[in-house]
Design a protein around this ligand. Structure first.
Ligand SMILES: CC(C)(COP(=O)(O)OP(=O)(O)OC[C@H]1O[C@@H](n2cnc3c(N)ncnc32)[C@H](O)[C@@H]1OP(=O)(O)O)[C@@H](O)C(=O)NCCC(=O)NCCS
Length: 310
Protein backbone atom coordinates (compact mmCIF):
# COMPACT_ATOMS: atom_id res chain seq x y z
CA UNK A 1 0.00 0.00 0.00
CA UNK A 2 1.31 3.46 -0.89
CA UNK A 3 1.97 6.43 1.32
CA UNK A 4 -0.76 9.00 1.76
CA UNK A 5 -0.47 12.49 0.40
CA UNK A 6 0.37 15.54 2.50
CA UNK A 7 -3.16 16.85 1.97
CA UNK A 8 -4.41 13.62 3.42
CA UNK A 9 -2.42 14.24 6.58
CA UNK A 10 -3.44 17.85 7.01
CA UNK A 11 -7.15 17.11 6.82
CA UNK A 12 -6.86 14.16 9.19
CA UNK A 13 -4.68 15.85 11.74
CA UNK A 14 -6.71 19.04 12.06
CA UNK A 15 -9.67 16.93 13.16
CA UNK A 16 -7.81 15.80 16.29
CA UNK A 17 -8.82 16.87 19.76
CA UNK A 18 -5.46 18.30 20.81
CA UNK A 19 -4.76 20.95 18.20
CA UNK A 20 -1.23 21.68 19.42
CA UNK A 21 -0.17 18.04 19.34
CA UNK A 22 -1.82 17.31 16.01
CA UNK A 23 -0.26 20.40 14.42
CA UNK A 24 3.15 19.18 15.56
CA UNK A 25 2.39 15.71 14.19
CA UNK A 26 1.28 17.18 10.91
CA UNK A 27 4.66 18.96 10.63
CA UNK A 28 6.53 15.74 11.42
CA UNK A 29 4.56 13.72 8.89
CA UNK A 30 4.99 16.37 6.22
CA UNK A 31 8.72 16.01 6.67
CA UNK A 32 8.80 12.22 6.91
CA UNK A 33 6.31 11.00 4.35
CA UNK A 34 8.69 11.64 1.47
CA UNK A 35 11.75 10.23 3.26
CA UNK A 36 13.80 7.59 1.49
CA UNK A 37 13.64 5.32 4.53
CA UNK A 38 10.02 4.34 5.07
CA UNK A 39 8.66 0.99 6.19
CA UNK A 40 4.96 0.56 5.42
CA UNK A 41 3.07 -2.41 6.83
CA UNK A 42 -0.34 -0.74 7.11
CA UNK A 43 -2.04 -3.48 5.08
CA UNK A 44 -5.71 -2.51 4.89
CA UNK A 45 -5.30 1.01 6.31
CA UNK A 46 -4.27 4.38 4.92
CA UNK A 47 -1.64 6.28 6.88
CA UNK A 48 -4.00 9.20 7.48
CA UNK A 49 -6.38 6.93 9.38
CA UNK A 50 -3.74 6.65 12.12
CA UNK A 51 -3.01 10.37 12.31
CA UNK A 52 -4.76 10.93 15.63
CA UNK A 53 -3.67 7.69 17.26
CA UNK A 54 -1.75 7.94 20.52
CA UNK A 55 0.43 5.02 19.42
CA UNK A 56 2.97 7.15 17.57
CA UNK A 57 6.46 7.82 18.86
CA UNK A 58 8.55 10.63 17.40
CA UNK A 59 12.11 11.78 17.72
CA UNK A 60 12.23 15.53 17.07
CA UNK A 61 10.83 15.08 13.59
CA UNK A 62 13.74 12.84 12.57
CA UNK A 63 11.90 9.54 13.00
CA UNK A 64 8.35 8.30 13.52
CA UNK A 65 7.22 4.86 14.60
CA UNK A 66 3.83 3.19 14.81
CA UNK A 67 3.61 -0.10 16.72
CA UNK A 68 0.02 -1.27 17.23
CA UNK A 69 -1.31 -4.02 19.51
CA UNK A 70 -2.99 -6.74 17.48
CA UNK A 71 -6.49 -6.05 18.81
CA UNK A 72 -6.40 -2.29 18.28
CA UNK A 73 -7.07 -0.29 15.19
CA UNK A 74 -8.93 2.88 14.40
CA UNK A 75 -8.66 3.87 18.01
CA UNK A 76 -6.24 5.90 20.05
CA UNK A 77 -6.84 4.07 23.30
CA UNK A 78 -3.55 2.23 23.73
CA UNK A 79 -4.36 1.41 27.35
CA UNK A 80 -7.47 -0.53 26.24
CA UNK A 81 -5.46 -3.32 24.68
CA UNK A 82 -5.64 -6.90 25.88
CA UNK A 83 -3.32 -8.22 23.18
CA UNK A 84 -0.01 -9.84 24.03
CA UNK A 85 1.31 -9.09 20.55
CA UNK A 86 1.89 -5.87 18.59
CA UNK A 87 2.90 -5.38 14.95
CA UNK A 88 5.26 -2.80 13.54
CA UNK A 89 3.08 -0.91 11.07
CA UNK A 90 4.93 2.19 9.95
CA UNK A 91 8.35 3.69 10.47
CA UNK A 92 10.30 6.48 8.78
CA UNK A 93 13.64 8.21 9.28
CA UNK A 94 14.20 11.67 7.82
CA UNK A 95 16.85 11.97 5.10
CA UNK A 96 20.08 13.18 6.64
CA UNK A 97 19.27 11.86 10.13
CA UNK A 98 21.21 9.00 11.73
CA UNK A 99 18.88 5.97 11.70
CA UNK A 100 20.63 4.16 14.57
CA UNK A 101 20.27 7.01 17.04
CA UNK A 102 16.74 8.11 16.29
CA UNK A 103 15.36 4.59 15.83
CA UNK A 104 16.79 3.66 19.24
CA UNK A 105 14.82 6.57 20.76
CA UNK A 106 11.47 5.87 19.11
CA UNK A 107 11.63 2.10 19.58
CA UNK A 108 12.58 2.50 23.24
CA UNK A 109 9.65 4.81 23.87
CA UNK A 110 7.11 2.73 21.92
CA UNK A 111 8.17 -0.60 23.37
CA UNK A 112 8.08 0.76 26.94
CA UNK A 113 4.52 2.01 26.46
CA UNK A 114 3.40 -1.29 24.95
CA UNK A 115 5.06 -3.29 27.74
CA UNK A 116 3.33 -1.07 30.30
CA UNK A 117 0.00 -1.99 28.68
CA UNK A 118 0.76 -5.71 28.88
CA UNK A 119 2.04 -6.32 25.35
CA UNK A 120 4.81 -8.93 25.45
CA UNK A 121 6.03 -9.23 21.86
CA UNK A 122 6.46 -7.03 18.79
CA UNK A 123 6.47 -8.67 15.34
CA UNK A 124 7.38 -7.46 11.87
CA UNK A 125 7.48 -9.05 8.40
CA UNK A 126 10.67 -7.90 6.71
CA UNK A 127 11.32 -8.00 2.98
CA UNK A 128 14.91 -8.91 2.01
CA UNK A 129 15.54 -5.43 0.59
CA UNK A 130 14.02 -3.52 3.54
CA UNK A 131 16.39 -0.81 4.81
CA UNK A 132 15.28 -1.43 8.39
CA UNK A 133 16.47 -5.04 8.66
CA UNK A 134 19.96 -4.42 10.18
CA UNK A 135 18.58 -1.77 12.52
CA UNK A 136 15.92 -4.14 13.82
CA UNK A 137 18.65 -6.65 14.57
CA UNK A 138 20.57 -4.00 16.55
CA UNK A 139 17.37 -3.19 18.42
CA UNK A 140 17.02 -6.79 19.61
CA UNK A 141 14.65 -8.20 16.97
CA UNK A 142 15.36 -11.78 15.89
CA UNK A 143 13.98 -13.99 13.14
CA UNK A 144 11.16 -16.05 14.66
CA UNK A 145 9.66 -17.48 11.48
CA UNK A 146 10.00 -17.37 7.71
CA UNK A 147 7.19 -17.00 5.20
CA UNK A 148 7.40 -19.01 1.99
CA UNK A 149 5.79 -17.79 -1.22
CA UNK A 150 3.95 -20.01 -3.72
CA UNK A 151 2.52 -19.08 -7.11
CA UNK A 152 0.24 -20.53 -9.75
CA UNK A 153 -0.97 -19.46 -13.18
CA UNK A 154 -4.75 -19.78 -12.84
CA UNK A 155 -5.09 -21.46 -16.26
CA UNK A 156 -3.03 -24.35 -14.88
CA UNK A 157 -5.09 -24.71 -11.68
CA UNK A 158 -7.48 -27.66 -11.33
CA UNK A 159 -11.23 -27.11 -11.50
CA UNK A 160 -12.75 -26.25 -8.10
CA UNK A 161 -16.13 -27.92 -8.60
CA UNK A 162 -15.27 -31.53 -7.59
CA UNK A 163 -14.10 -30.19 -4.22
CA UNK A 164 -17.19 -28.09 -3.66
CA UNK A 165 -19.83 -30.85 -3.72
CA UNK A 166 -22.27 -30.34 -0.82
CA UNK A 167 -20.90 -26.89 -0.02
CA UNK A 168 -22.34 -23.48 -0.67
CA UNK A 169 -19.66 -20.88 -1.47
CA UNK A 170 -20.65 -17.22 -1.49
CA UNK A 171 -19.08 -13.79 -0.79
CA UNK A 172 -18.79 -13.04 2.93
CA UNK A 173 -21.12 -10.45 4.43
CA UNK A 174 -20.81 -8.21 7.46
CA UNK A 175 -23.29 -10.53 9.22
CA UNK A 176 -20.65 -13.31 8.96
CA UNK A 177 -18.04 -11.35 10.94
CA UNK A 178 -18.52 -13.00 14.34
CA UNK A 179 -18.39 -16.51 12.88
CA UNK A 180 -15.37 -15.59 10.72
CA UNK A 181 -13.43 -14.24 13.72
CA UNK A 182 -14.27 -17.32 15.80
CA UNK A 183 -13.01 -19.60 13.02
CA UNK A 184 -9.93 -17.47 12.46
CA UNK A 185 -9.04 -17.62 16.15
CA UNK A 186 -9.25 -21.42 16.01
CA UNK A 187 -7.15 -21.63 12.87
CA UNK A 188 -4.28 -19.23 13.63
CA UNK A 189 -1.91 -18.55 16.53
CA UNK A 190 -2.17 -15.13 18.10
CA UNK A 191 0.28 -13.07 16.02
CA UNK A 192 -1.46 -14.17 12.82
CA UNK A 193 -5.07 -13.73 13.91
CA UNK A 194 -7.46 -11.25 12.37
CA UNK A 195 -9.23 -9.35 15.18
CA UNK A 196 -12.73 -8.06 14.33
CA UNK A 197 -11.62 -4.70 12.99
CA UNK A 198 -9.14 -6.32 10.60
CA UNK A 199 -11.68 -8.96 9.52
CA UNK A 200 -14.19 -6.24 8.74
CA UNK A 201 -11.59 -4.53 6.55
CA UNK A 202 -10.97 -7.83 4.74
CA UNK A 203 -14.68 -8.35 4.11
CA UNK A 204 -15.24 -4.77 2.97
CA UNK A 205 -12.03 -3.99 1.06
CA UNK A 206 -10.53 -7.20 -0.31
CA UNK A 207 -11.06 -8.24 -3.92
CA UNK A 208 -13.02 -11.18 -2.52
CA UNK A 209 -13.69 -12.78 0.83
CA UNK A 210 -15.62 -16.02 0.38
CA UNK A 211 -17.24 -18.37 2.85
CA UNK A 212 -17.96 -22.08 2.46
CA UNK A 213 -21.13 -23.20 4.24
CA UNK A 214 -21.92 -26.79 5.12
CA UNK A 215 -25.52 -27.33 6.21
CA UNK A 216 -25.79 -23.55 6.63
CA UNK A 217 -22.85 -23.30 9.06
CA UNK A 218 -19.48 -21.72 8.35
CA UNK A 219 -17.01 -24.44 7.31
CA UNK A 220 -14.18 -22.25 6.03
CA UNK A 221 -13.23 -19.01 4.37
CA UNK A 222 -10.77 -17.50 1.92
CA UNK A 223 -9.73 -13.94 1.17
CA UNK A 224 -7.78 -12.50 -1.77
CA UNK A 225 -6.57 -9.18 -3.10
CA UNK A 226 -5.92 -8.22 -6.73
CA UNK A 227 -3.34 -5.66 -7.88
CA UNK A 228 -3.47 -5.26 -11.64
CA UNK A 229 -2.87 -8.81 -12.93
CA UNK A 230 -1.45 -10.18 -9.68
CA UNK A 231 -3.79 -11.99 -7.35
CA UNK A 232 -2.75 -12.82 -3.81
CA UNK A 233 -4.61 -15.11 -1.43
CA UNK A 234 -4.20 -13.53 1.99
CA UNK A 235 -6.31 -15.94 4.02
CA UNK A 236 -7.49 -19.56 3.95
CA UNK A 237 -8.91 -21.44 6.91
CA UNK A 238 -11.19 -24.40 7.55
CA UNK A 239 -12.93 -25.42 10.80
CA UNK A 240 -10.63 -27.92 12.56
CA UNK A 241 -13.35 -30.59 12.73
CA UNK A 242 -14.04 -30.31 8.97
CA UNK A 243 -10.51 -30.58 7.65
CA UNK A 244 -9.19 -33.27 5.29
CA UNK A 245 -12.31 -33.54 3.21
CA UNK A 246 -11.42 -31.13 0.40
CA UNK A 247 -12.94 -27.88 1.72
CA UNK A 248 -9.58 -26.05 1.81
CA UNK A 249 -8.81 -27.14 -1.76
CA UNK A 250 -12.27 -26.10 -2.92
CA UNK A 251 -12.12 -22.65 -1.32
CA UNK A 252 -8.63 -22.01 -2.66
CA UNK A 253 -9.39 -23.11 -6.23
CA UNK A 254 -12.68 -21.21 -6.20
CA UNK A 255 -10.99 -17.93 -5.24
CA UNK A 256 -8.21 -18.52 -7.79
CA UNK A 257 -10.94 -18.90 -10.45
CA UNK A 258 -12.60 -15.66 -9.28
CA UNK A 259 -9.25 -13.87 -9.53
CA UNK A 260 -8.67 -15.32 -13.01
CA UNK A 261 -12.08 -14.10 -14.21
CA UNK A 262 -11.10 -10.61 -13.02
CA UNK A 263 -7.86 -10.72 -15.03
CA UNK A 264 -5.25 -12.26 -12.71
CA UNK A 265 -2.40 -13.84 -14.69
CA UNK A 266 -0.69 -15.17 -11.59
CA UNK A 267 -1.89 -15.89 -8.06
CA UNK A 268 0.48 -16.01 -5.12
CA UNK A 269 0.19 -16.82 -1.45
CA UNK A 270 2.43 -17.02 1.61
CA UNK A 271 2.60 -19.49 4.40
CA UNK A 272 4.84 -20.08 7.37
CA UNK A 273 7.79 -22.38 6.75
CA UNK A 274 6.53 -24.43 9.71
CA UNK A 275 3.06 -24.96 8.14
CA UNK A 276 3.67 -28.26 6.36
CA UNK A 277 -0.06 -29.04 6.01
CA UNK A 278 -0.72 -25.91 3.98
CA UNK A 279 2.41 -26.43 1.87
CA UNK A 280 1.36 -29.99 0.95
CA UNK A 281 -2.04 -28.67 -0.09
CA UNK A 282 -0.56 -25.91 -2.27
CA UNK A 283 1.90 -28.22 -3.99
CA UNK A 284 -0.73 -30.84 -4.63
CA UNK A 285 -2.92 -28.23 -6.34
CA UNK A 286 -0.05 -27.09 -8.59
CA UNK A 287 1.32 -24.07 -6.72
CA UNK A 288 5.09 -23.78 -7.14
CA UNK A 289 7.46 -22.39 -4.52
CA UNK A 290 9.03 -19.05 -5.39
CA UNK A 291 12.57 -18.31 -4.37
CA UNK A 292 11.59 -15.65 -1.86
CA UNK A 293 11.57 -16.16 1.88
CA UNK A 294 10.30 -13.35 4.07
CA UNK A 295 11.78 -13.26 7.56
CA UNK A 296 9.35 -12.50 10.36
CA UNK A 297 11.22 -10.73 13.15
CA UNK A 298 10.14 -10.65 16.77
CA UNK A 299 11.25 -8.99 19.96
CA UNK A 300 10.18 -10.17 23.39
CA UNK A 301 9.59 -7.12 25.55
CA UNK A 302 10.70 -6.90 29.14
CA UNK A 303 7.65 -6.44 31.40
CA UNK A 304 7.30 -2.93 32.86
CA UNK A 305 6.97 -2.67 36.60
CA UNK A 306 3.40 -1.76 37.54
CA UNK A 307 2.17 -2.32 34.00
CA UNK A 308 -0.33 -4.71 32.53
CA UNK A 309 -4.04 -4.99 32.49
CA UNK A 310 -5.93 -7.53 34.53
C1 LIG B 1 -4.57 -25.52 5.47
C2 LIG B 1 -6.06 -25.81 5.59
C3 LIG B 1 -6.85 -24.59 5.08
C4 LIG B 1 -6.42 -27.01 4.73
O1 LIG B 1 -7.82 -27.23 4.78
P1 LIG B 1 -8.47 -28.66 4.48
O2 LIG B 1 -9.92 -28.47 4.29
O3 LIG B 1 -8.03 -29.65 5.48
O4 LIG B 1 -7.78 -29.01 3.08
P2 LIG B 1 -8.07 -30.29 2.15
O5 LIG B 1 -9.06 -31.20 2.81
O6 LIG B 1 -8.43 -29.77 0.82
O7 LIG B 1 -6.63 -30.96 2.09
C5 LIG B 1 -5.96 -31.36 3.27
C6 LIG B 1 -5.55 -32.84 3.17
O8 LIG B 1 -6.70 -33.67 3.27
C7 LIG B 1 -6.67 -34.62 2.22
N1 LIG B 1 -8.05 -34.97 1.88
C8 LIG B 1 -8.93 -34.17 1.24
N2 LIG B 1 -10.11 -34.86 1.09
C9 LIG B 1 -9.93 -36.05 1.68
C10 LIG B 1 -10.76 -37.17 1.88
N3 LIG B 1 -12.02 -37.17 1.44
N4 LIG B 1 -10.26 -38.23 2.53
C11 LIG B 1 -9.00 -38.24 2.99
N5 LIG B 1 -8.15 -37.20 2.84
C12 LIG B 1 -8.62 -36.11 2.19
C13 LIG B 1 -5.98 -33.91 1.11
O9 LIG B 1 -5.46 -34.81 0.16
C14 LIG B 1 -4.90 -33.20 1.87
O10 LIG B 1 -3.86 -34.12 2.13
P3 LIG B 1 -2.33 -33.69 2.17
O11 LIG B 1 -2.14 -33.15 3.56
O12 LIG B 1 -1.57 -34.91 1.91
O13 LIG B 1 -2.16 -32.62 1.11
C15 LIG B 1 -6.46 -26.14 7.06
O14 LIG B 1 -5.59 -27.13 7.54
C16 LIG B 1 -6.42 -24.93 7.99
O15 LIG B 1 -7.40 -24.19 8.13
N6 LIG B 1 -5.27 -24.75 8.68
C17 LIG B 1 -5.10 -23.62 9.63
C18 LIG B 1 -4.97 -22.29 8.90
C19 LIG B 1 -3.88 -22.34 7.85
O16 LIG B 1 -2.83 -22.90 8.08
N7 LIG B 1 -4.16 -21.74 6.68
C20 LIG B 1 -3.27 -21.76 5.53
C21 LIG B 1 -2.01 -21.02 5.71
S1 LIG B 1 -2.20 -19.26 5.70
Amino acid sequence: MGISSERNWSSASTSGRDTGATTARSRWFSRLQDARRILDRLDWWRLSEWADSDMWSFDDGDAALLLTPLDLAETDALDATRAAVAWLRWCAVADGASPSACLATVFRESEARLAFCGVREVWCIVHPSDWIKPYLRDLGYRIAERLLTYEIEPRRAPDASPFLAGLQVRPAQVADLDALCALDARAFDEPWRYPPVLMRRAVEHAFATTVALLGGALAGYACAVLHEQNGHVVRLAVQPALRRRGIGAGLLLDIVARLARAGAQVVSLNTQASNRTAQRLYRRLGFAPVDEKLPVMRKVLAPEAGGGIA
